[in-house]
Write a protein of this length. Structure first.
Length: 91
């Protein structure tokens, strides 16, 4: 599909501005490095109350966000969850 990472980041930020304005996105990662999965991403954000959250499924084709993990204490927790759900190689 050849989805552009930069466009996905813009779309994710737009989604948060509209649907989750209480969060500020600080990281976006690919969910998989398999070329067939180039439309799948993950996003981590900080809530205005100081907690953190990560969503392990952003579908760039559908512009939908799913699989949230909320009330995390810090960025490190977000990074650990993202690493756990990321597929580094072709499946």
């Amino acid at each position: 599909m050849n989805t552009d990472f930069k466009d996905a980041v813009w779309h994710i930020n737009d989604y948060f501005e509209e649907h989750l304005p209480q969060y500020t996105v600080f990281e976006v990662r690919r969910q998989s490095y398999n070329p067939a999965d180039d439309y799948l991403y993950m996003a981590a954000a900080k809530h205005r109350d100081g907690s953190y959250a990560v969503w392990t499924s952003w579908n760039e084709h559908l512009h939908s966000l799913n699989h949230g993990h909320y009330n995390l204490p810090d960025m490190k927790s977000c990074a650990e969850i993202m690493a756990e759900y990321q597929f580094p190689h072709s499946r």
